[in-house]
Design a protein around this ligand. Sequence first.
Ligand SMILES: [Zn+2]
Length: 178
Amino acid sequence: MKWAEVVAFALANGMRLKRKEDSRLMRLIAFLVWPVNPSFMGGYYTTIRGTFYIPASDWGRNGAIDEDTLRHEAQHARDSRRWPVLFELSYVFGNLGIVVGPGMRAFWEWRGYRLNVEAMAKRGQSVEEAIDYVVPQFIYQWYGWAGGLPCWPFRGYWERKVRRTYQRAALPSPPGPI
Ligand SMILES: [Zn+2]
């Protein structure tokens, strides 16, 4: 997407955009998770409390962020506004691999990736493509965070979820009245 479209989408969805390197909160998290994820600052998009933090390398750049990513992050923005304490705890602790971590993080991430699967189905990409893209995010590691600790490492579970979501989204819309 063009940068102007990213900005317009964020505005329409009540999502703030911020350069990740300019945020004290992001610098703090980067410091905390550094031992398990040294590329937190430059290598990942992060959305907390309605703000989408974008690494400097992508900031302001046309074509850096695609629509699927933006919709995924907008879902995180809505969730973190609706359940601020739960969302933030599961992110911060989850990213350190502590207590509520893996399961909770998977729960929020699925709410985002569901939208990616729906978009892929509507574009006519295959269900296998959707599975190949989404399932590894959950079973191998959560984006490399927590040093490869799996998010929720049950392949069959995620495959079924992706298939079900894909099939529902791929259904033709019911015919309207004449
Ligand atoms: Zn996400």
